[in-house]
Design a protein around this ligand. Structure first.
Ligand code: 9WO
Length: 257
């Protein structure tokens, strides 16, 4: 996977790649990144990349031309243009609060791409013609507004990168939050007593079947309390096995959910 990030703040992206979690995938050359400073493609001596919106309204927008030139420098010629070569064009993603939600499922799909081009906006938005001409997916990491798209791009990179890493060093992806449509069970490590808080007895019992059942029940309790939408979704899509359905029914009867 190559992550190509277009941004007005490439230092932010660079800091993440140089400081973080650079795991095996980067060292083995399976993951690489390049950053492109949109300002380098401005057209005037002041390196202007923003201008006021037509029709009025607050703030400034990113201009189309510097971004178009930055993409052209990467060989991206836009949807209505003839491809420069035979090779398939990399997927262009615009991080925006009005995009479709980033989920674990979408992260898996993106992690399978050979290259992602991540477009980070700033100011109050971007000239729509860039989105219309170049952007394949407009993606949101959640329902809130940031000051720019870089932090969202880093979230997307992190969520996809660890899936690539997991192909090399398979850990317990099956066990993590959202697998099976439920949140995670609570976890404990030493010491056995912290202040006046004890580790649940069942986890010390060594009884694997009881532990498995306790963890499943905890996952369901937590999901019913915090994310009832995930329970409804799992029921609608027939995701839950019989044991899970039985516990959901029990917990609903005993109040809550
Ligand atoms: C700011 C603003 C202020 C007044 C009126 C309208 C406005 N819209 C915006 C706005 O959406 N600014 C964005 C800032 C422009 C694109 C980059 N920015 C951004 C990306 N903020 N939040 C994100 C983002 C990306 C992905 N997932 C969640 C949030």
């Amino acid at each position: 996977m190559i992550y190509t990030v277009l941004s007005l703040f490439p230092e932010l992206i660079h800091a993440f790649f140089s400081l973080s979690i650079l795991g095996k995938a980067v060292h083995q050359g399976m993951v690489g990144y390049r950053s492109v400073n949109i300002r380098d493609f401005a057209g005037d001596k002041h390196k202007t990349c923003d201008d006021a919106p037509y029709g009025g309204g607050p703030g400034m927008l990113m201009m189309a031309e510097p971004i178009g030139r930055a993409l052209a420098s990467l060989g991206i010629c836009g949807k209505r243009a003839e491809p420069a070569a035979e090779e398939p064009q990399a997927r262009v993603i615009y991080l925006s609060p009005s995009g479709r939600p980033l989920t674990q499922e979408l992260a898996k799909e993106l992690a399978a791409e050979p290259e992602l081009i991540l477009l980070c906006g700033r100011y109050e938005g971007m000239d729509q013609r860039i989105i219309d001409r170049y952007v394949d997916d407009e993606i949101s990491i959640g329902d809130y507004v940031l000051s720019s798209g870089e932090a969202a791009a880093l979230v997307l990179i992190d969520a996809t990168y660890r899936l690539i890493e997991a192909v090399i060093s398979p850990a317990s992806l099956e066990e993590e939050s959202f697998s099976g449509g439920l949140l995670e069970y609570p976890q404990y490590t030493r010491p056995e007593i912290y202040g006046n808080l004890k580790v649940p007895e069942v986890l010390l019992s060594g009884h694997h079947e009881n532990i498995r059942r306790w963890r499943l029940r905890k996952r369901i309790e937590k999901t019913l309390a915090l994310r009832p939408d995930l329970i409804l979704q799992g029921e609608e899509t027939g995701l839950f096995d019989r044991e899970t359905r039985t516990i959901i029914a029990e917990l609903r009867k005993s109040g809550g959910g």
